[in-house]
Design a protein around this ligand. Structure first.
Ligand code: BTN
Length: 326
């Protein structure tokens, strides 16, 4: 941990109270000058740190601010050194991650933004990305083959649901394949994209893009009907770090499928009657398109949805869209 990160941790642990420069320097066993430099760097990064003569420093908690040092604190030990790019606003973190991947960005590189001006969703849809949200993309240099792509998306959904529980204390559930819900609202969408080397036909990088709503009160009415938010008093940076870290760990160990039992237990669709849409998709929620009635038997170890149609035939779905019938 760098001095800057240690100072941030110490300031957070005495939240709402001042801590003197001397105390910080004794606690962290570094010079007063190093403390001063760390405070300066943290302020430059966007943290508000008040200084009062004779009292020392106090961190003013802004729990929705995305800063590199706080995101790093949310990462597990083995991901502590990943490259992190933080923006106030970008077109799309997936597009930015793709650009970085083309320039040779390393496995595990993380792109985080507080807003997107051209957020992308699945099936060519746009993803509404106002500043009340956390948008992130992780670059994975695959150690697996393309057939694992559904699993990657399942892994990311579990990473989100577990992190939401850990950091924000909310129970999240997953609608196959990759929508995360809290109560009845969709709080997160995931878009996984592959970059293929045209000559070798090999996957060069997988970009896992994750968008989490933190407040939907200003969403347009049509989105408000389906969207939910991970609200409450938690650090957005910590949540971003926890999600990224779990996603990287699960992706690196995809063959072990350590997340698949959690995926099944958090599923909203197992045992439910659904409508399956294949080939054509709803662009708007109110679009009327033809689907086939089925019941979900289970989700297999490859993340495929095992459905039984009304005529008794069974199918394993790797992609497509479903709605739950009431
Ligand atoms: C969906 O629900 O259709 C998937 C939405 C995925 C949105 C995320 S936000 C971060 C990343 N950047 C994008 O442009 N899209 C993904």
């Amino acid at each position: 941990m760098t001095t800057k990160e240690a100072v941030l941790q110490a300031l957070r642990s005495c939240s709402g109270q001042y801590i003197s420069g001397e105390e910080l320097s004794t606690q962290l066993n570094v010079s007063r000058t190093s403390i001063w430099k760390a405070i300066k760097a943290l302020r430059e990064e966007g943290h508000t740190i008040e200084a009062a003569t004779n009292n020392g420093y106090m961190l003013i908690h802004n729990n929705r601010r995305l800063t590199e040092s706080e995101i790093r604190q949310g990462l597990s030990e083995n991901n502590r050194n990943i490259e992190i790019h933080v923006y106030d606003s970008v077109t799309s973190t997936n597009s930015e991650a793709k650009r970085l991947a083309l320039e040779g960005a390393a496995d595990g590189t993380l792109v985080v933004s507080g807003q997107q001006t051209a957020g992308r969703g699945r099936l060519g849809r746009s993803f509404y990305s106002p500043k009340e949200g956390i948008y992130l993309s992780v670059i994975i240099r695959p150690r697996f083959d393309v057939s694992k792509s559904v699993l990657i998306t399942c892994a990311a959904a579990v990473a989100v649901a577990e992190s939401v529980k850990e950091i924000a204390g909310k129970d999240a559930r997953i609608k196959w394949v990759n929508d995360v819900y809290v109560d009845d609202g969709k709080v997160c969408g995931i878009l996984t994209e592959g970059m293929t080397d045209f000559e070798s036909g090999q996957i060069e990088a997988v970009i896992i893009g994750i968008g989490v709503n933190t407040d939907v009160s200003n969403f347009p009415d049509d989105l408000k009907r389906i969207a939910g938010a991970v609200d409450g008093d938690y650090s957005a940076s910590e949540l971003a770090g926890a999600i990224a870290s779990r996603t990287i760990d699960y992706a690196h160990n995809i063959e072990e499928r350590t997340f698949i039992d959690s995926y099944r237990s958090m599923s909203t669709v197992i045992g439910k009657k659904i409508t399956v849409y294949k080939g054509q998709y709803k662009v708007n929620p109110e679009d009327e398109i033809e689907g086939a009635a089925a019941e979900v038997k289970t989700i297999d170890d490859d993340g495929r949805l095992i459905v039984v149609y009304e005529d008794g035939t069974e199918e394993a779905l790797s992609s497509g869209e479903i709605t739950i019938r009431m």
